[in-house]
Design a protein around this ligand. Structure first.
Ligand SMILES: [Zn+2]
Length: 439
């Protein structure tokens, strides 16, 4: 059986709409990133320092030594983003969207965003296949206008962070780029598109995930998170991309307690969320940034290979990663989702799952409560039994077994989930603090 749901995809590029609505034919003439226009194009290039010993104390030292380029990524991203806002490239003014923290223990964040989903025709979206081949006839990021690209982001060749304000695109070396999301859900909402010209489908691989982790680490700002949605878990475009934005409050999932499950040989610790509506795994530690990246990307690859949709949140400057296998779209297609939850038309992708609820209807925003948020997210979660099965698959894939775990560590949730990793960022959002809106 092929499972499909009708949904209104969010427009992430200004060229997507023309595409969907059968826009221009013939010569390109829109200054895109495809072969027709990309030759000779120039963009800023941020080259990050590769292979540092993150994410431990040594990374902290590295950060301090390299303070100027780290702050530079933040100001480059936001400076370019604001420039695009001035130029009117966004579909609406996200800074005018109402946001509030929902009263309660979790601190869910609700945003009323009526502009994001305005679009006339729903499209059929296949949700039962996590891996689908790239289809060049559908919208993809090579079709965006060059003005939507903020900068190129890649590893430095000489081992030091570097910036070039006007670097030509080297088509052969398949550059990774950061572009705006024209339907932002928060300040600085961007897309990281690894090796854009290779036209990779939405599918995690080791190198691309490492790139995303480097971006989080380079930004060095705990309020800047990256997220990933697989196909079947509310990705709307089958062209490899991560999303990222700034939100100056802790996400509820970042404050949730965890319970240790196991430690890998590489030093990566894996735990699971406790008392959170969506069951998920948490990865942290590792001898190098690559260890952590590999543990997560191998887990994602396992889920992909088993056709299990999932979302990933990269948090805490790349030092803490949440992995959520999910089944909402499948339940939706089978008619098993609670009607009231369905009525909200909220698509529970990585941001919603992490506790930032983007609501489409004023009514839902006004009536937003912790109970409602919890009820929606509970629909996204795998059952306890299924989560065990899926976790076992993952642990098998990343070569460890749950039998390795000392029984005592399974019984007690960690009291302070962030305690081991609280040091590196001076502005770090601590585990148990009450949630404050800092804006
Ligand atoms: Zn073109």
């Amino acid at each position: 059986m092929m499972l499909k749901i009708k949904r209104v995809p969010t427009v992430v590029s200004n060229y997507q709409k023309e595409e969907v609505e059968g826009g221009r034919v013939g010569g390109c003439g829109r200054n895109c990133l495809n072969k027709c226009c990309v030759q000779g194009a120039k963009f800023p290039l941020y080259a990050f320092k590769k292979e540092k010993e993150a994410p431990g104390d040594r990374a902290l030292l590295g950060h301090e030594e390299r303070e100027p380029p780290v702050a530079f990524l933040d100001s480059l991203l936001l400076g370019e983003w604001e420039d695009r806002m001035q130029r009117g490239l966004f579909r609406y003014d996200v800074t005018a969207c109402e946001t509030k923290v929902i009263p309660g223990e979790c601190g869910f964040i609700a945003q009323l965003n009526e502009g994001r989903h305005l679009k006339k025709r729903p499209t059929e979206f296949r949700v039962d296949k996590v891996l689908q081949p790239f289809d060049g006839s559908k919208f993809n990021f090579t079709k965006v206008g060059q003005e939507e690209v903020l900068f190129q982001f890649e590893a430095s060749e000489d081992g030091e962070a570097q910036f070039f304000p006007n670097a030509p695109i080297d088509v052969e070396s398949s550059p990774s780029v950061v572009a705006i999301n024209v339907s932002p859900i928060e300040y600085g909402h961007v897309l990281l598109i690894p090796r854009i010209l290779e036209c990779l489908p939405q599918r995690i691989d080791r190198a691309s995930f490492l790139l995303a982790l480097y971006m989080a680490s380079e930004a060095g700002n705990p309020y800047f998170r990256l997220g990933y949605n697989s196909l079947g878990a509310f990705a709307t475009i089958n062209h490899l991309h991560f999303q990222a934005y700034y939100l100056a409050v802790p996400f509820p999932v970042e404050k949730a307690s965890t319970r240790n499950i196991t430690a890998l040989d590489s030093g990566v610790n894996v735990s699971e969320l406790v008392n959170y509506p969506v069951r998920g795994l948490v990865y942290e530690g590792g001898n190098t940034i690559q260890d952590l990246a590999n543990a997560v990307s191998d887990s994602c690859i396992c889920l992909q290979d088993n056709n299990i949709p999932y979302n990933v949140l990269i948090s805490d400057c790349g030092k803490r990663i949440f992995l959520f296998p999910q089944c909402y779209a499948e339940k939706q297609a089978l008619g098993e989702v609670d009607a009231e939850v369905l009525d909200t038309q909220v698509n529970p992708a990585v941001w919603e799952i992490s506790g930032h609820m983007v609501l489409k209807r004023k009514k839902d925003y006004e009536e937003a409560s912790e109970e409602n948020a919890w009820r929606l997210l509970a629909e996204v979660s795998l059952s306890e039994e299924r989560f065990r099965e899926v976790s076992d698959l993952i642990f098998e894939a990343i070569s460890c077994s749950i039998e390795d775990v000392a029984p005592s560590s399974l019984d007690e949730p960690n009291a302070e989930p962030l305690v081991d990793f609280a040091a590196p960022c001076p502005n770090m959002v601590r585990g148990k603090k009450d949630c404050l809106v800092l804006q």
